[in-house]
Design a protein. Structure first.
Length: 93
């Protein structure tokens, strides 16, 4: 795998993981009894998260994506799955 392909694969994996990690630990105003008064205030959506913790989630996303990328890199470099061998076995027309 070249370095450009490696970066592209990492970015794709990172975005998939970030969408999987975003909902973890979210508490809405509706679920939080301490902020009941804020629900009645105008302009507040009851389903909006209290704290998003985006920095922590981005760090976890990067760590998880790096581990997944290392597994993908290992599989590609070890030729466990070789698409070239499979393509050579196909009948040519």
């Amino acid at each position: 795998m070249g370095w450009v392909s490696g970066i592209v694969v990492f970015v794709i994996v990172w975005w998939i993981v970030v969408f999987a990690v975003l909902p973890f630990g979210i508490r809405s105003l509706h679920e939080d009894e301490a902020n009941r008064e804020a629900i009645e205030a105008e302009g507040h959506e009851p389903g909006a998260p209290i704290r998003t913790n985006l920095l922590r989630k981005f760090l976890w996303t990067t760590l998880i994506a790096a581990v997944i990328w290392l597994v993908i890199y290992g599989v590609v470099e070890s030729d466990l799955l070789s698409f070239r061998d499979s393509a050579e076995q196909l009948p040519m027309r």
